[in-house]
Design a protein around this ligand. Sequence first.
Ligand code: PBG
Length: 330
Amino acid sequence: MPNAAKPEFPQIRPRRLRRTAALRRLVAETRVHPSDLVLPVFVKEGLREPVAIRSMPGVHQHSVDSVRKLAVEAARAGIGGLMPFGIPAVRDAEGSGATDPDGILNVTMRAIREEVHDDLVVIPDLCLDEFTDHGHCGVLRPDGTVDNDATLVRYAEMGRCLAEAGADLLGASGMMDGQIGYVRAHLDANGHQDTGLLAYAAKYASAFYGPFRDAVESQLQGDRRTYQQDSPNATEALLEIDLDIEQGADIVMVKPALPYLDIVRAAAERSPVPVAAYHISGEYAQLMAAAEKGWIDKDAAILESLTSIKRAGARIIATYAALDAVRLLR
Ligand code: PBG
């Protein structure tokens, strides 16, 4: 005789759906897919061989030749796109290398396009900081402050060059006021209506950019606090996101990712255009350093980080771990 039904405690047992890996897989609410991921890549003028970046284990400064191979590997892996950053041999106050058709980022852009055609979305960085000798994201006034409107003129010209070199989207990362509208108008006036803008809409002045500055050999003295956002502020991020959408952003991005998941969520709730998040150099470096010490499981930590960013609402994730993640997702 089966026992007579009697009210038992607890009646609802959420653990049932966690019992096996198959059950957990079936009910997973968030899945990271290779095509969600965008891999940032560094290309240095004059390099012959890739050079490892000390503070970013597994990441290299590439030569134009080696980035071609990496692009093919990325396309084969099925990731969504590449975000190239250029490291010029010579820098100056205006960042002239950014608008030289033979400058490293323009050369890289053409090389990647030639190699992968339209199989990957290519999103070169639209910012002057890699090209200026003072390391700021814009041009300076005589008093050393960043001149917003003079910088817009430089961005517009840089954007036109990158569009000519074959960019799908431009990663507008400089945090100048009005940059999206200004670059959009200049692209349109020059026949580049089909080149899109990925706006780094809510980009915070972050301590976690440190390894990136090693990667691009940044010359920056001081900080970017007069143009990047202040970390206590969330409402301000909504204004930045709205402004970029009004000005024609095709995608809006939040950066960094994990320390700002509240902003990612807010962006996802309000934005009619896709939301991206950038799991930045310092976020990546923390995982690698702890894993090297044997303090965390690297693979699990990568997947958990990316899943959390997607769960918060990012449809696209820029991450240095993109190729590792694809291996883990298989
Ligand atoms: C600026 C730019 C930065 C990063 C991407 N674009 C650096 C900065 O704002 O100082 C950082 C990305 C990372 O840390 O991974 N062009």
